[in-house]
Design a protein around this ligand. Structure first.
Ligand SMILES: O=C[C@H](O)[C@H](O)[C@H](O)COP(=O)(O)O
Length: 221
């Protein structure tokens, strides 16, 4: 089985009848959502909370009942992917530009399940550039301030156009070297006025489900 499908389906074992479930974004979360769609079809009663417009569309196509974000106070379980994870379950997310909605949803989640193939794990974060969502207004100033924190910043484009997030902001991909203290760096970036949110998720994941390259899952908790 495709490793993304393997970890995605395994993660759905944390979902129980009656739960409110955060639905992640990306090519790994896709497999968890497909499985949830199958479970719902077979009688599982849950309400989903999508982390992006793309995930919302997928969930609707699978007839997964959804909660409007304004009605969400607490989420039982969220299943989401990651671009990188370190030895302390800190994450880099936002390769698909969904980091703001993902972090808001993670912040009210009781049990946050991350699914990621083994190649995404290392001792320290830093291989993957940290995506940072910034306001359009003053973006050149914000980019200069991010650079002063020690990264090489790069405004993200898609198909020749500046990428606009679901929240109508831009993404700056910030390439740092070894990130030894993700919580501190996250706070420094979020202290910049033009930063809406950054893709470092420090101390948020309860469990990471990965795979051993031989068809078995590994649970890091
Ligand atoms: O913005 C996108 C999300 O943070 C994704 O969960 C992350 O980029 C991982 O995506 P994938 O599973 O496609 O590698």
């Amino acid at each position: 089985m495709n490793p993304k499908q393997l970890v995605g389906e395994k993660a759905t074992t944390y979902i129980k009848d009656g739960m409110i479930v955060g639905l992640g974004t990306g090519s790994t979360a896709y497999f968890a959502i497909m499985k949830i769609g199958e479970l719902v079809k077979n009688g599982l009663s849950i309400k989903g909370v999508p982390t992006s417009k793309a995930t919302e569309e997928l969930a609707i196509s699978l007839n997964i009942p959804l909660l409007a974000i304004e009605d969400v106070v607490k989420i039982d379980v969220t299943i989401d992917g990651a671009d990188e994870f370190d030895a302390n379950k800190n994450l880099t997310k936002g390769g698909g530009a969904a980091l703001l909605r993902e972090k808001i949803i993670a912040s009210v989640t009781d049990f946050y399940v991350i699914i990621a193939d083994a190649a995404k794990g290392s001792q320290f974060l830093g291989s993957f550039a940290v995506p940072v969502e910034v306001t359009a207004f003053g973006k050149e100033i914000t980019i200069a301030q991010l650079k002063a924190l020690g990264c090489i910043p790069k405004l993200r484009y898609k198909e020749g156009e500046l990428l606009l997030t679901d929240n109508q902001n831009y993404i700056v991909d910030c390439k740092f070297e070894k990130i030894e203290n993700p919580a501190q760096l996250s706070a420094q970036m979020n202290a910049l006025p033009g930063v809406v949110e950054n893709g470092l998720f420090a101390g948020m994941a309860n469990v990471i489900i990965s795979e051993d390259g031989k068809g078995s899952t590994i649970t890091i908790d």
